[in-house]
Design a protein around this ligand. Structure first.
Ligand SMILES: Cc1cc2nc3c(=O)[nH]c(=O)nc-3n(C[C@H](O)[C@H](O)[C@H](O)COP(=O)(O)OP(=O)(O)OC[C@H]3O[C@@H](n4cnc5c(N)ncnc54)[C@H](O)[C@@H]3O)c2cc1C
Length: 406
């Protein structure tokens, strides 16, 4: 594993940095989910995405015909590293570009790719992911929404939930059950859908942060042309897994307050008449986060190294979110705790806001894109080779699986 940029990578990094310094808006667009409800953030995010698109930075690893510049996976990571140093609003596009785009790239027709991928990269059209349902989150293959084929159309009925950004999305990727007689993973089919289709109702969910970043989405007799099916009938699980693998990479790290913020804060924050950093428990926590941050950095370097050799990062990448989301939550807690009761008050102090945002946002991150427990299962079974969880539904038709509804 080589920890340093090659001369070409260093040159590329410099190019990214110069462009970002000349073009990035230095303002708080912080790209957090809670900002999604804010119309100005949406406008700013679209403007920033368009600026990147025009300069070739939007989806640099995509082929030129779909709005990219055909960059290598490493160049993509170098760009992401550099962009992360600037406070630019990009989270709004993460689901579309990180998950829907790769699925369309793999399964859509050439005509569909030409129609949908460039506006997605440009930020003109936003996409969402309609997987989770009230009784199917971790066990998404247990979903109940159904599609019935009628001529060259499908009629979809059901409910999705936790759909990030559905309230401002133009399109969504959707997995539904076409045949309850088959085993649960085999009776699923995958589509993309126009979110303005008659019969789709989007209801925003109010969150603890005060914002509304995700939604309930109801489908009542929604018609989807068969031409918008991605993959074969019954291939829904296979296509969903492509998305979830990309989600693992897209969600990856938890942005926000980190060990440097905690260290800087502890140096300056008074605790019983002396700097908080003099407190042994505080120092111990900061040392722990430093070790975790170093582990994460090296894990990412291992991923980069795999990419540079042409390998695809596998289930081991799950460790990044487990560690970084829990660290984010602990650091948020540390900052708030150090202020005692005042830690709970709304404030204009950017340092305190950073801890508060971490504390409010991290619990969601520990759930989104696979909960801590599910990712631990993935590591146990697929990295360490431990025995699988018992599977009572194996070989059973979906309609015969005992559930609260039977
Ligand atoms: C911020 C955020 C954004 C999201 N955005 C989207 C989106 O855009 N589109 C979308 O489709 N979904 C989205 N989700 C939903 C997300 O995918 C689900 O919340 C997640 O998969 C967990 O499902 P659940 O909420 O139904 O919890 P459950 O699956 O009901 O889990 C409840 C608890 O049981 C534990 N558990 C479940 N199964 C096991 C097991 N086998 N072993 C051990 N423990 C287990 C879980 O870890 C958890 O602690 C989002 C969620 C969040 C928080």
């Amino acid at each position: 594993m080589d920890f340093n940029d090659t001369p070409d990578q260093a040159k590329f990094r410099e190019k990214c940095r110069i462009w970002l310094e000349n073009n990035a808006p230095y303002k708080d667009g912080s790209a957090k989910m809670e900002s999604f409800a804010n119309k100005d953030i949406l406008k700013e995010a679209k403007e920033w995405q368009k600026k990147k698109y025009d300069a070739g930075w939007a989806m640099l690893h995509w082929p030129k015909e779909y709005g990219g510049i055909g960059a290598t996976p490493i160049e993509r990571i170098v760009w992401a590293n550099e962009e992360a140093k600037f406070n630019v609003p990009k989270g709004i596009f993460e689901i579309g570009l990180g998950m829907c785009g790769p699925v369309m790239m793999t399964y859509a027709t050439e005509e569909q790719k030409e129609r949908y991928l460039p506006p997605m990269a440009e930020g003109k059209e936003i996409w969402c992911q309609l997987f989770s349902e009230p009784s199917a989150g971790s066990d998404v293959a247990g979903l109940r929404s159904k599609a019935i084929k009628k001529g060259d159309k499908w009629i979809v009925n059901g409910q999705k939930v936790w759909t990030s950004g559905a309230h401002f999305s133009d399109f969504g990727i959707l997995v539904v059950r076409h045949d309850p007689e088959l085993e649960k993973h085999k009776g699923l089919t995958f589509f993309f859908v126009d979110m303005k289709s008659p019969g789709i109702e989007v209801k925003p969910i109010k969150q603890i942060t005060g914002g509304s970043s995700f939604n309930e989405v109801y489908f009542t007799d929604v018609e989807i042309p068969d031409s918008q099916r991605l993959g074969e009938i019954g291939d829904g699980w296979k296509v969903a897994i492509t998305t979830l693998m990309n989600e693992r990479l897209a969600v990856g790290d938890a942005d926000g307050a980190d060990v440097e913020d905690a260290f800087k804060w502890a140096k300056n924050q008074d605790s019983l008449g002396e700097p908080l950093l003099n407190n042994r428990a505080a120092r111990e926590s900061i040392a722990d986060w430093y070790c975790e941050a170093s582990g994460l950095k090296n894990t990412k370097l291992r991923t980069m190294s795999a990419l540079s050799k042409g390998d695809t990062p596998g289930p081991e990448a799950s460790i990044t979110k487990i560690v970084s989301a829990a660290k984010l939550q602990d650091i948020g807690n540390f900052g708030i705790d150090s202020l005692d009761m005042a830690g709970m008050l709304r404030t204009d102090n950017e340092d305190i806001k950073r801890f508060q945002n971490a504390w409010l946002g991290a619990p969601g991150l520990r759930i989104a894109g696979g909960t801590d427990e599910i990712l631990r299962n993935v590591i146990a079974e697929r990295v360490l080779g431990l025995p699988q969880d018992p599977r009572a539904d194996k070989g059973v038709a979906y309609k015969d699986i005992p559930s609260g509804k039977n």
